[in-house]
Design a protein. Structure first.
Lengths: 174, 749
């Protein structure tokens, strides 16, 4: 009827349970989780960092966007075992990153957020873009900023990212 | 009104010495305990709060129930309205702060608990909806600030030992100009809040010409927290000893659980605490939500068809949204008139030209990005605490009392920030998770947080209604409309929630067909009530979201048939209405002067423009859209919107709300549709239920017109004119008149 991926699956007890070490926001955490648990739920429920949001669970909306080794990924479909040995950054530490700090400042300056639920993911996506491409073109911005926002803050996001893209260095000294 | 006011959990817990691990705890951790002895922050049973709230007072005058002024001058306001993105917390800080004489940035705002004290709307309600928060409470919330200021002035007089008449205020302090002395509000708060609230008639409100914050683009209070993941929503909350739950709903509403085929196997799955059968659902409780979700999806349920005694609206196995549209189209009556002026039948008969057309729209989901959740905890004193997204706390509390048999006073309801709402969080039977969360918490004897997956949300979300509207109109020899008739076969959301037709027509069924200002001498707006099996609800801009599309599109058809430009025809039909004439001219100017096209844009694309108007929720809106066709589909380049809400509180927030409403309006125009087949939604997630992506957003240009008319709403009014403006532009460009939405169902050349 729904979620055939699980309905057709015979539940078993042999899912691997791992004590694993995660690097998140430059700290090391010991977690016990099934290897295939999405990173999102480890971050939210096991580690109590709720800034990363659950929206769809299918990598459709982007509310769960985090950085893994500087690349934006959707934590709702990223098995936790896949990030062992890698550096995860969540919205909680975004201002520790100089680019992330500028993105947050631009988000506030442009008064982007309405309900705010998608904005953690939007800020992560913008940060990843600008870390790789400090002065992205319109096409690069459009290709990177694809997270959904039901409040329709797209134009404010657009304005914020374009301002950051136009002044990659000017604000570095601020 | 003897019920004591509900006290936030952390205060109860301070008294009861129970551990608490809530987000709002941080709020307290940063404030001196001393702050808690003033105003709202008194332990339960406190004489001061009881005195403030036990007496039946005029609305919005129980100052200590709303305001807590802290030693550092920060003002905590318990707001009667929920913040879900529409900016009401910031607006309330502007309104109260203006009269209290405190900068809006110094406010900390939380949603107030249920209770009579917070019923501040002029219509005697307390809900967050209908674009009513600011417009229905504006004078009352100003007066609240002024009353608190008067109390601070009196406390200042007592402290400085001078007559109160010699004192004035500056932001955050009472000033004695003669001696050059001043006292900060934070130092006066305790004394002030001990004073009786003055006679509401005795306070003078600030002259609007002296406003510092009302009417100004004051920055949102929540912008930083929402840009850094610090804002907490219901889904984020956690209390000690809490278990997590997930559900699998019956595929069709009304079906019941016959049995579980693999219960033992599911119980043995990792992390599973327990498996529960609920009305129309199976739940798994676990230490971790992910385990609960995986386990509940593995449950194999024997679903039984609904019995005749089903307490919920049942969904038949043969229901489909397309067939239901045909069913609506086949209805012939009886119809009830909502508006009937002149003699439509005679005018149609005498008209030179008759025009007929049939329109329909689609079901929609709310698609708010935060999936529904509820956290329930039974406390050792017999009280029940529930954290949940809601737009009407008193209604939810009363419903919980009814369901649990507890007294209202035993129910503590918390209303966190809403991760979007758009009408989703009203009281809809079977569409909210809190009854399940409460049942589970009771069953397991521990607090339970239930989160609905997106898939379980899409199968229980209430739908924006559908209608099939048959229009007839007559044109005179000049091609001008002399008669218009619209008969809508539909079920409005309000009558759907009630489960029956009311004495009068449900205004939410016909608004947008009814209430038009065009001078057409003979008109009839009628409804054929058709009760359907789908659960319906309010969706941003409600009846206007569909009806203005129908009416304003058909009006363009009349213009074309009569040989008139649609912009000029509207001006003609509004010639005796200066407010709407001004508004229409304003949007024309904003767009650089009305030009319908088609024309070739600088990038070589062929484009056209369409215009439409709407009068929703006490405001007036006019929209011009510019479109082209790209690969057979509509591309909307620009939306110009002039909006007249009478007067406003925050132009920046208004502009953002127009942007948001345009986005949702474009979403329903271009891509969005809840298709049902075999009694079930085809889409259970955003993969098959597209909502507007950034690539389909248009540039939005806003002009706010403050006509000085009675204040109207702003959250919903910018939405309804978007769809018809786009459809009218597309018709001009392609010659194809789209009489249904979304436009993705049509192919354009």
């Amino acid at each position: 009827m729904h979620c055939p991926a699980y309905n057709d699956e015979t539940p078993t007890d042999d899912q691997r349970v791992n004590a694993m070490e995660l690097r998140i926001n430059q700290k090391t955490y010991q977690v016990d989780a099934d290897a295939d648990t999405p990173l999102l739920w480890v971050i939210r429920d096991d580690l109590g960092m709720t800034g990363t949001k659950y929206g769809c669970g299918l990598a459709q909306c982007g509310a769960c966007s985090v950085l893994v080794d500087g690349n934006v990924v959707r934590a709702c479909v990223t098995p936790v075992a896949g990030v062992v040995g890698r550096e995860v950054t969540t919205i909680e530490a975004i201002e520790a990153d100089p680019v992330g700090k500028r993105v947050v400042a631009a988000w506030v300056e442009h008064q982007v957020a309405q309900c705010g639920y998608c904005q953690s993911g939007q800020v992560m996506a913008a940060t990843a873009l600008l870390k790789h491409t400090p002065a992205p073109s319109d096409e690069q911005i459009s290709a990177a900023m694809v997270n959904l926002c039901r409040c329709g803050t797209y134009n404010a996001i657009h304005a914020a990212v374009h301002e950051l893209a136009a002044q990659p260095a000017a604000k570095e000294s601020v | 009104m003897n019920s004591p006011i509900d006290i936030p959990s952390e205060l109860r817990d301070l008294k009861l010495d129970q551990p608490v691990n809530l987000s709002r705890r941080r709020f307290l951790a940063g404030s001196a305990i001393g702050a808690l002895v003033i105003g709202f922050g008194l332990p339960i049973g406190s004489a001061r709060v009881q005195a403030a709230t036990a007496v039946t007072a005029e609305r919005g005058t129980q100052v200590p129930a709303f305001l807590e002024i802290r030693p550092d001058g920060t003002v905590r306001l318990l707001c009667p309205f929920m913040e879900g993105g529409q900016g009401t917390f910031t607006a309330m800080a502007q309104i109260v702060g203006e009269e209290l004489d405190v900068e809006p940035a110094h406010f900390l705002i939380d949603a107030a608990p249920p209770g009579e004290a917070y019923v501040v709307m002029e219509n005697g309600l307390r809900i967050t909806g209908g674009s009513m928060s600011v417009r229905m409470s504006y004078p009352t919330m100003r007066r609240l600030g002024a009353l608190a200021r008067a109390m601070l002035l009196q406390a200042g007089a007592d402290t400085l030992k001078v007559p109160v008449g010699e004192l004035s205020t500056e932001p955050g302090k009472v000033v004695h100009a003669a001696s050059g002395r001043s006292v900060a509000y934070g130092d006066l708060a305790e004394r002030a809040m001990d004073l009786p609230v003055p006679d509401p008639a005795s306070v003078k409100l600030r002259d609007p010409s002296q406003f510092r914050w009302i009417g100004k683009p004051v920055r949102r209070l929540d912008a930083y927290d929402k840009s850094t993941g610090k804002a907490q929503y219901s889904i984020d909350l956690k209390v000690d000893d809490m278990l997590h739950a997930a559900v699998q709903h019956a595929p069709r509403l009304g079906m019941t659980v016959g049995g579980l085929r693999n219960e033992a196997q599911v119980k043995a799955m990792k992390g599973v605490h327990s498996v529960h059968v609920l009305p129309g659902a199976v739940a798994v409780v676990a230490e971790r939500w992910w385990h609960a979700k995986r386990a509940v999806e593995a449950v194999q349920v024997d679903w039984q068809e609904p019995g005749a005694d089903s307490k919920v609206r049942t969904m038949p196995a043969d229901f489909s949204s397309d067939a239901y549209r045909d069913h609506l189209a086949a209805q012939t009556g009886p119809a009830r008139d909502d508006e009937n002026e002149g003699d439509v039948a005679a005018a149609l008969k005498g008209a030179k030209t008759q025009v007929e057309a049939t329109y329909h729209n689609q079901y929609l989901n709310h698609g708010q990005l935060e999936p529904p959740s509820a956290l329930a905890r039974f406390n050792s004193d017999g009280s029940l605490e529930v954290w949940l997204p809601n737009q009407a706390p008193d209604m939810f509390r009363d419903d919980i009392a009814k369901r649990t048999g507890l007294a209202k006073e035993q129910i503590i309801l918390h209303s966190p920030l809403l991760g979007g709402f758009f009408g989703r969080h009203f009281l809809y039977d079977s569409a909210n998770p809190y009854p399940q969360a409460i049942a589970l918490a009771k069953a397991v004897g521990r607090p339970v947080k239930l989160i609905w997956t997106r898939e379980e949300e899409f199968v229980r979300d209430v739908l924006r209604p559908v209608a099939v509207v048959k229009f007839r109109a007559g044109l005179d020899e000049k091609g001008l409309p002399v008669a218009i008739e619209a008969v809508s076969a539909t079920e409005g959301p309000t009558e759907a929630i009630a489960g029956k037709q009311g004495e009068k027509i449900d205004p939410t069924a016909v608004e947008g067909l009814a209430g038009k200002s065009y001078a057409i001498a003979n008109k009839r707006i009628a409804q054929i009530y058709v009760k359907g099996p789908a659960m319906l609800g309010y969706w941003r801009s409600v009846g206007n979201s569909l009806n203005d599309f129908f009416y304003e599109s058909f009006l363009d058809e009349l213009a074309d048939k009569g040989g008139h430009d649609p912009f000029e025809l509207r001006l003609h039909l509004l010639r005796d209405n200066p407010r709407l004439t001004t508004l229409l001219q304003a949007v024309g100017e904003l767009s650089g002067g009305w030009k319908r096209g088609p024309f070739t844009a600088e990038d070589g694309t062929k484009r056209a423009r369409g215009v439409a108007m709407a009068s929703p929720f006490g405001s007036e809106a006019a929209v011009i859209a510019e479109v082209s066709i790209e690969n057979g589909q509509v591309k909307v380049h620009d939306i110009w919107q002039a909006i007249d809400p009478g007067s406003i509180v925050n132009p920046a927030i208004v502009e953002h709300q127009v942007n948001g409403a345009v986005a949702l309006g474009l979403s329903q125009t271009l891509v969005e549709e809840a298709v049902w087949v075999n009694g079930m939604p085809r889409a259970r997630n955003y993969d098959l239920y597209p909502i507007l992506p950034p690539s389909r957003m248009a540039r939005v240009h806003v002009r706010i017109v403050e006509s000085g008319a009675k204040m109207g709403g702003i959250g919903e009014p910018p939405l309804p004119a978007v769809a018809p403006a786009v459809a009218n532009a597309v018709a001009r460009l392609t010659g194809q008149r789209a009489r249904s939405l979304p436009l993705s169902r049509h192919t354009f050349a």
